[in-house]
Design a protein around this ligand. Structure first.
Ligand code: ARG
Length: 362
């Protein structure tokens, strides 16, 4: 068979339509070389006031070496656990995030390659590279290019939206938080399409998306037109004051099972009316624990190996109980040090292959 004919789902190395079909291959991120990005209004917007102060003071510096080492160990343990469950794991190439790069009008250094979920939107056999709005993440795809090329050679589709230029016009220079109770005010404009892959969550033919400080309406529209009539892209308005990534607000765990943040989803979208909806238990992460760029609700950022097996933070007893009371098996993995970098199991991974096909669950 010629290479160009290797496109049947069953043979394609890349195939994943939802968050719960049996996981066969996954990319797990790396924290090595993680740096705070140069300070920019877009970097501060999704953060809390305390986090902004840290990012301002540490701009351009590496994350603390001991934090990186502890998170690296946890990632390695996650890899062992996934492999033990029969999943093939791939890792990106370490890169030097202190190197500067740029485009007309701006320059930046990098962040990290810890969260493949933020960059790669896998829809079926299509690997979509997100056009990220943070200048510090505009070369994020480089870490994954060796893998993307390998998958492409083996028959996967490989898509990239128009490369964003990220000029000053994309950002609201004098952006400030919206006053309490007022509608969300994004730090990005509609200058050009941008999105992070993690502002999308997949349920077969239905994909849910949110506008955020990194995803604009044009970005969502690009995905909608690109995927075409086989998919329905639903834009949700969630009650997240600092939105960046939907996967600590709304997590479909299995057909008919939706986990939600207790405050960010005041009205469960009508489409989920036949699903059982449960609220994430209160996070157990202690106050003193550093969380550089996420809220404690990262506890709900779990990874489903299939409809029954859920990877859960080892110390998160309430989430383990929730899994068990919902007929699932909780697989504990220590991940609190990784959480400091802004994500948990869902963010730290991106599915490459789940056994299953394109279906409708509503
Ligand atoms: N913005 C979310 C919160 O603060 C965290 C989302 C992390 N997700 C990710 N894919 N990096 O609760």
């Amino acid at each position: 068979m010629r290479e160009s004919e290797v496109s049947a789902e069953s043979e394609c190395p890349v195939s994943s339509y939802n968050e719960w079909d049996p996981l066969e291959e996954v990319i797990v991120g790396i924290v090595d070389g993680a740096h705070f990005p140069p300070w920019h209004v877009s970097v501060g917007a999704p953060l809390s006031p305390e986090q902004r102060a840290v990012f301002r003071d540490s701009a351009g510096k590496p994350f603390p070496a001991d934090a990186i080492a502890a998170a690296r160990d946890e990632l390695d343990e996650l890899v062992d656990i996934l492999e033990g469950e029969g999943v093939k794991v791939r890792r990106p190439e370490p890169r030097d995030h202190s190197r500067s790069y740029g485009a007309p009008g701006w320059s930046s250094t990098g962040l990290y390659d810890a969260m493949p979920r933020d960059l790669l939107l896998i829809v079926g056999t299509d690997m979509i590279e997100a056009p990220m709005a943070w200048r510090s993440r505009s070369y994020s795809a480089s870490a994954y290019r060796p893998l993307l090329k390998e998958y492409f050679r083996q028959g996967a589709r490989w898509s990239s939206p128009p490369k964003p230029e990220l000029p000053d016009e994309l950002y609201v220079a004098d952006w400030t938080d919206q006053p309490d109770g007022e509608p969300f005010r994004s730090v990005i404009t509609e200058f050009e399409p941008t999105f992070d892959a993690a502002d999308f969550i997949r349920c077969g033919r239905d994909i849910f998306a949110q506008r955020s400080h990194v995803t604009n309406a044009m970005g969502i529209e690009w995905v909608r037109r690109h995927l075409g009539e086989e998919y329905r892209i639903h834009e949700l308005r969630l009650a997240d004051d600092h939105p960046m990534h939907i996967d600590a607000s709304l997590m479909p765990l299995a057909p008919g099972k939706l986990l939600i943040h207790p405050d960010r989803v005041p009205d469960v979208p009508e489409i989920f009316k036949d699903w059982e909806v449960r609220t994430a238990p209160k996070p157990v992460i202690p106050d003193g624990h550093p969380l550089y760029m996420t809220s404690k609700w990262i506890n709900m950022n779990v990874l489903m190996i299939d409809e029954e097996r859920m990877v859960v933070e080892a110390q998160d007893v309430p989430m383990r109980r929730l899994a068990e009371s919902w007929g699932m098996t909780a697989i504990p993995c220590p991940f609190r040090n990784f959480n400091s970098f802004g994500g948990s199991f869902h963010c730290a991974t991106t599915d490459i292959r789940r056994r299953g096909s394109l279906r409708s669950y509503f």
